[in-house]
Design a protein around this ligand. Structure first.
Ligand code: PLP
Length: 452
């Protein structure tokens, strides 16, 4: 029998020092390995499996499309799945964002959205507008432009010479910002930091501002105040900067509304979609844009400069179409809002644990931030590797969560995000909290013993 660890087999794993359990089956919110051990998938893999595992209608939709035809090039043809998926998604998106361009990964969608912003300004006769402004902390992907936009020093360091400069402003992050979410608001929470950055850079050089409407893994489901995106919209309009909402993680119903920007009552200029839009049954992402932006290119050069072999993939689009129709038919976004209230209430009780500093989020997206000292909010030193110990203990206990580090000051900071499938039940939420509590105890013990 193979031990699934490098270099035993022929796979070059993501983490080269770790052993990987081999999953052989999934059902609802659960995954099972080859030894029959069950894992409660409390983060849908990577915020992806929003419909749960092994949904037979999804399997049938993929098979049906593969039987008809598996691939055609988007350079030559269009097809039913892409036309219908765009139509279904457009009906859910903020007003005006009704033109969609499909790709495979979230990073590709971010690259494409930022390139679209740049190409738009060139063809609109403002070629000096090229700079991008993004938040800190933030994550927008791992390809070079998306990585440039991300505030992840640990991923960027070896590639520094290849990355483009991106202006950075502090994220609205109430647990750690200057005002701690109270009045008077600090520049990060009010949006004033964006205006300062645009003025510093010179508005005639700024193409786009990119931000997640609700923080994903970088700030652990931090939710900006209700005024925030109104201010952002107004500043972007005033200085002619395109506002790109990255909804790859927080969109497709995850926060209890179709799109996380909705409760803010404003529409972005461009939006990126990914992860849950296909429920994870095929790699699928998209850029949503309004006609007024696409028209500038349609009437200018006539083509958007971001073609990829697998864009508009028929089987991936068929998965997206089936996922969006299921979300609508079974009212799963509404269910996400309803079960989200149960999840947030239950997880809030975890602040009784000695090192849980904060629990926050919206819908079925929740962040739990660990600290060494709850009164000062001081993080554990990075060397303690608390979140690594927690995540391993959780997996051992049969619970899958998503860890993040570095959000406190660029180096230190430990949090995990929970984002279960929308079909999770109340008793599974209870199970999640129980396993979480035991993983916290094990992690604490191993960190105190200096095991790591
Ligand atoms: N944007 C956000 C907000 C993300 O969370 C991610 C991935 O986690 C990406 C973009 C990149 O997506 P992908 O990993 O599919 O390339």
């Amino acid at each position: 029998m193979t031990d699934y660890r490098y270099p035993e087999g022929h796979v070059f794993y993501r983490k080269l020092g770790r052993r990987y359990p081999r999953i052989v089956r999934g059902e609802g919110c659960w995954l099972y390995d080859e030894h029959g051990k069950g894992y409660l998938d409390a983060v849908g893999g990577a915020y992806v499996a929003n419909l749960g595992h092994s949904n037979p209608e999804m399997a049938e939709a993929l098979a049906r499309q593969a039987r008809e035809f598996g691939y055609v090039s988007a350079t030559a043809f269009t097809h039913g799945p892409v036309e219908e998926l765009a139509h279904e998604l457009a009906a859910t998106l903020p007003p005006g964002l009704d033109k969609l361009y499909f790709l495979s990964s979230g990073s590709e969608a971010v690259e494409a959205a930022l390139k679209l912003a740049r190409q738009y300004w060139i063809e609109a006769g403002k070629p000096s507008k090229h700079r991008i402004i993004a938040l800190n902390p933030s994550y927008h992907g791992n390809t070079l432009l998306a990585l440039s936009a991300s505030a992840r020093e640990q991923y960027k360091l070896p590639f520094r010479e290849w990355l483009v400069d991106v202006e950075r402003i502090p994220a609205p992050y109430p647990y750690r910002c200057e005002c701690r979410g109270t009045d008077p608001m600090c520049p990060a929470c009010s949006g004033a930091a964006l205006e300062d950055a645009i003025r510093r850079a010179g508005a005639d050089t700024v193409a786009a501002f990119i931000a997640e409407p609700v923080g994903g893994s970088s700030t652990g489901a931090s939710t900006p105040r209700p005024e925030y995106f109104h201010a952002i919209r107004e500043i972007c309009d005033r200085y002619e900067v395109l506002f790109v909402a990255d909804e790859i993680l927080c969109g497709a119903g995850r926060t209890g509304s179709w799109w996380a920007i909705e409760p803010y009552g404003v529409a972005p200029d461009l939006m990126t979609l990914g992860k849950g839009i296909s429920g994870g049954y095929a790699p699928l992402s998209a850029v949503a844009a309004p006609e007024r932006i696409v028209d500038v290119i349609a009437n200018g050069s006539g083509s958007f400069l971001h073609a990829q072999t697998f864009s508009f993939h028929p089987v991936a689009c068929a998965a997206g179409l089936a996922a969006v129709r299921l979300l609508k038919r079974d009212r799963l976004v509404e269910r996400c809002a309803q079960l989200g209230r149960v999840l947030q209430r239950r997880l809030a009780t975890l602040t009784e644990l000695p090192h849980v500093g904060d629990v926050r989020g919206r819908g079925l997206l929740a962040g739990v931030e660990f600290v060494e000292d709850k009164s000062t909010r001081a993080p554990f030193p990075r060397a303690a590797k608390f979140v690594e110990a927690f995540t391993e203990a959780a997996q051992e206990a049969g619970l899958v969560v998503w860890p993040n580090v570095g959000h406190a000051d660029g180096v230190n900071g430990d949090l995990v995000v929970v984002a279960p499938p929308f079909i999770i039940t109340e008793s599974e939420i209870e199970e999640l909290a129980t396993r979480f509590t035991s993983a916290h105890a094990v992690a604490l013990k191993s960190v105190k013993a200096g095991v790591r």
